[in-house]
Design a protein around this ligand. Structure first.
Ligand code: UT7
Length: 359
């Protein structure tokens, strides 16, 4: 039996923060950000990641033709859970109105969705679960230091989700490669976002340690070799791949991975121009938009490749099924928001600016 994606959906919050809007509080320019990253704008959420995840999940369920109660496992890939106890997946489960599924989170930064998809594949093909909802959702903006131009321009909020279920043996997830090298892990780390934070966190901003060049240096070989190893495990080559859905960190990283793999960059689905890096949400969000744009052909081979905190790397090869259109659509939406992205950011930015001025 193969584990096939039969439903897909996304949720992006409405408030848009353009590069130009960022020049009001950062020493940067639209030209620098576009040239160095490809990013033009990102979304800032007015709700928690569980709400983003729930709406994306409702869209994915409608696309697959299932009610929430028909799902027997929910995996949420996130590094920005609203709560740690209990996990985000159980909160999404509650909002969906499902009271029987297994529910757990995977925290592997930007690789979280690919890891979670590999878990779903294992659970389905070993008969543990029949229908798994795999969600990538992030609300990273509260963690960002909005006064640091090298990292603040990169990230955004959003969610994507897929329904995975048993299908024909030659369809669905064909292989995966998952890895992590912790040695360069400090190049992308939030030092006090956890139990080590103690009480002080309330009085000070998060301590984000970020070395973009180091992450970049590791990202290109990491993503490319994960992709090659996953393809090898599926007994396929890049020539078999019809569409690559990469993690959306930086257009230059994606172009370098395409070059290293010898794949036409046109075969890569990208939407980071509009959303920036949404970490674990980026691949299901880009996959959903690729489907909306008619870029996924029935029975074609897809490659997902990611790189992120850890530093982790991951890739997954799958053969799509025969249906590339949703069975239905959900009317689920987020609660309305009348605040601008800049207004939503103000508390965090003011807090950080005051902290910087006094320390
Ligand atoms: O998904 C996993 C997480 N993703 C990542 O961590 C992303 C990986 N890294 C990157 O995408 C890139 O390294 C960045 C986009 C973060 C930076 O691009 P870069 O080409 O590696 O720039 P750089 O760090 O080498 O900086 C070049 C210059 C520096 O100035 P000097 O030292 O040459 O005078 C920076 O201070 O650009 C400056 N700079 C900026 N200038 C304007 C850095 N950020 C900005 C900015 N606006 N936003």
């Amino acid at each position: 039996m193969g584990a096939v994606i039969t439903g897909w959906g996304k949720c992006v919050p409405p408030a848009v923060l353009t590069n130009t809007a960022m020049t009001e509080f950062l020493d940067t320019s639209d030209e620098w950000i576009v040239t160095r990253t490809g990013i033009r704008e990102r979304r800032i959420s007015h709700v928690g990641m569980v709400d983003l995840a729930t709406v994306a999940a409702q869209q994915a369920l409608a696309a697959a033709g299932y009610k929430a109660a028909e799902i027997d496992c929910i995996i949420v890939a996130t590094a920005s859970a609203d709560l740690l106890i209990p996990n985000a997946a159980s909160r999404v489960q509650l909002q969906l109105g499902n009271s029987r599924a297994a529910a757990f989170d995977t925290n592997v930064g930007c690789c979280g969705f690919v890891y979670a998809l590999a878990m779903a594949n294992g659970l389905i093909t070993t008969g543990v679960h029949d229908r798994v909802l795999v969600i990538g959702a992030e609300r990273l903006t509260p963690i960002i230091d909005w006064t640091q131009r090298d990292s603040a321009i990169l990230f955004g909020d959003g969610a994507g989700a897929v329904v995975v279920e048993g299908g024909a043996a030659d369809e669905g997830v064909l292989s995966a490669f998952l890895a992590c090298d912790p040695v360069p892990g400090e190049s992308l780390m939030v030092r006090d976002l956890g139990m080590s934070a103690g009480h002080e966190r309330i009085q000070q901003p998060y301590d984000l340690s970020f070395d973009g060049r180091e992450v970049f240096r590791n990202a290109v070989p990491g993503m490319a070799s994960a992709a090659e190893l996953a393809l090898g495990r599926a007994d396929l080559t890049v020539a078999d791949v019809a569409l690559v859905v990469p993690h959306q960190a930086n257009l230059r990283i994606i172009e370098a991975v395409a070059k290293r793999l010898g794949v036409d960059p046109e075969l890569f689905a990208t939407n980071l121009q509009r959303y920036g890096n949404t970490s674990a949400a980026s691949i299901p969000l880009a996959l959903t938009e690729a489907l909306e744009e008619g870029r996924v052909a029935p029975d074609s081979v897809l490659l997902f490749a990611a790189f992120g905190a850890g530093l982790s790397s991951a890739a997954c090869v799958l053969r799509w099924g025969d249906r590339v259109t949703p069975l239905g659509e959900s009317s689920a939406t987020l609660v309305e928001c009348d605040m601008s992205a800049r207004e939503l950011l103000s508390p965090a930015l003011d807090f950080q600016q005051n902290w910087n001025a006094t320390h």
